[in-house]
Ligand binder design. Structure first.
Ligand code: NAI
Ligand code: MG
Length: 501
């Protein structure tokens, strides 16, 4: 395939990895698609084909689910102690640490994000997630419950609960943080003793496939983790509908989230969803304005705005509106947009041609609706999927660019007059994933945090993630929480055992 994607020298292990068509991982073996088909993945910085990938479809999903079923029902995994499981997960975290450069480079080539960011955030956060979850493997426990049973007077019982793994899990992940989303999904499933069929996004399968190699190297038994790349409408849909899958965990668009719910009705598999957002980021006039400006810029521009929790609605108290908007626009203009491999790049290309079209379409709609760009507003260059970091003003809640998830570096700035008037406007969205608040008034900060209908509220910071902190959505932003101990609820089920003594 050749690597002619950048004038920069890329790691030779990475060059070798993408040089050969990549296979899928089923039952501990790397195999071609049953159909023999492959699909291309592209380098978004150039639009050129990066690698060919085995194209999974229904037959491959079926084989992978069978392998996961066998590993769960009767494989060595099902007999391992929690401590043994925890050690394997910890070892995987160590292997991620040992391969930071290689994984970060794959992420940059496939997704477009700046290598400096993939290296500092994506890979270490993924390793952290596995390490945090490794610790949970030995700490999932039930309770003993004193019971009264009114219709058996005088009888004595010993009643307790067991927390057992849900079973075979189908996991469908997006392209914005390919490796990290795989870690968020796999970590709790493995800690709980589940087995998995993972379908990475068709735009960014590479890091998950390299992770699959590290999973084998760590020593996980065959069939515990199966990785089937392919398209959503085929492989993804087959996984979501499969009758031998006990639960499906999905991250992606709200639109597809709804399809997943429908697909799950056949066998009533459990469903968890981490979906879109249109998060309000609120700057009060009593905040430290310099910090609030820098933080608000990074709230929207981090990962090119391709974050489900991006602070895409910037509410600013009227007396400081111009200063904050000018400040965020000045930051936007300073952002160095370029190939993620260049060391000085702080924003790479969007992930795909389709995503570029989607974002540019929203920019046009916004202008037609009367919005004005004080920075950016258009596509950048003729090669690759670059777009200018954009700050829109003259926006109001009725506009599409204020209601719909753009998933690009585009923020709509809106003034407000006081807290009472702000709250219903900030909550005027079908989403409820995250929110930001910038103020020095502690009491106001916590009152506003309580009033925001969102799964995460950041005060005087934004985009702060930790494996211990639960993350997920209110309203149409999803079902369930990822990370923290909350996520383990999604991968375990309770068995009540009652003994008459
Ligand atoms: P998408 O929701 O179509 O893709 C996410 C994952 O779902 C991918 O692995 C895809 O292959 C799979 N998928 C797609 N259709 C499926 C189906 N019918 N059954 C099962 N799996 C299916 O997202 P897409 O099209 O890449 O992006 C569209 C918009 O979605 C973005 O502009 C953004 O607004 C939103 N999005 C939100 C994400 C989040 O983190 N919440 C991540 C990615 C996209
Ligand atoms: Mg889609």
């Amino acid at each position: 395939m050749g690597v002619a994607v950048s004038p920069f020298q890329i790691d030779s292990r990475v060059a070798d990895f993408i040089d050969k068509p990549r296979k899928m991982l089923i039952d501990g073996k790397w195999v071609n698609a049953a159909s023999g088909k492959t699909f291309p993945t592209y380098n978004p910085a150039t639009g050129e084909v990066l690698a060919q990938i085995a194209e999974g479809d229904r037959a491959d999903i079926d084989a992978a689910v069978k392998a996961a079923r066998k590993a769960f029902d009767s494989g060595p995994w099902s007999r391992m102690t929690p401590s043994e499981r925890g050690k394997l997960i910890w070892k995987l975290a160590d292997l991620l640490d040992e391969h930071v450069e290689e994984l970060a480079t794959l992420e940059t080539l496939d997704n477009g994000k700046a290598l400096t960011i993939a290296r500092a955030a994506d890979v270490p956060l993924a390793a952290d997630m596995f390490r945090y979850m490794a610790g949970w493997a030995t700490k999932l426990e039930g309770t003993t419950i004193p019971i009264s049973v009114p219709y058996t007077p005088g009888a004595q019982y010993l009643a307790y609960t067991l927390r057992e793994p849900v079973g075979v899990i189908g996991q469908i992940i997006p392209w914005n943080f390919p490796l990290l989303m795989a870690a968020w999904k796999l970590g709790p499933a493995l800690a709980s003793g589940c087995t998995v069929v993972l379908k990475p996004a068709e735009q960014t399968p590479l890091s998950a496939l390299r992770l699959g190699e590290l999973i084998l190297e760590a020593g996980f038994p065959d069939g515990v983790v199966n990785i089937v790349p392919g398209y959503g409408e085929t492989a993804g849909a087959a996984l979501a509908a499969h009758d031998a899958v006990d639960k499906v965990a999905f991250t992606g668009s709200t639109e597809v989230g709804k399809l997943i719910v429908h697909a799950a009705t056949g066998n009533l598999k459990k469903v968890s969803l981490e979906l879109g957002g249109k998060s309000p980021n609120v700057v009060f006039k009593d905040s430290d304005l310099d910090t609030a400006i820098a933080g608000s810029a990074s709230a929207i521009f981090f990962n090119h705005g391709q974050c489900c929790c991006a602070g895409s609605r910037l509410y600013v108290e009227r007396p400081v509106f111009d200063r904050v908007v000018d400040g965020v626009a000045a930051q936007a203009k300073k952002i160095k947009v370029g190939s993620g491999l260049e060391p000085e790049t702080s924003m790479g290309p969007l992930v795909s041609e389709e995503q570029l079209q989607r974002v540019c379409n929203y920019l046009e709609i916004g202008m037609a609706e009367g919005a004005k760009a004080v920075s950016g507003g258009k596509k950048l260059g003729n090669k690759g999927y670059f777009v200018e970091p954009t700050v829109l003003v003259n926006t109001k809640e009725s506009m599409k660019v204020v209601q719909e998830e753009i998933f690009g570096p585009v923020v709509a700035a809106i003034p407000f007059d006081d807290v009472e008037e702000l709250m219903p406007r900030a909550n005027d969205t079908v989403y409820g994933l995250a929110a930001g608040i910038w103020t020095k008034d502690i009491s106001k900060a916590h009152k506003v945090a309580a009033g925001l209908r969102a799964g995460t509220v950041w005060i005087n910071c934004y985009n702060i993630f930790d494996a211990a902190l639960p993350f997920g959505g209110y309203k149409q932003s999803g079902w369930g929480r990822e990370m923290g101990k909350d996520v383990l609820e999604l991968y375990t089920q309770t068995k009540a055992v009652c003994t008459r003594l």
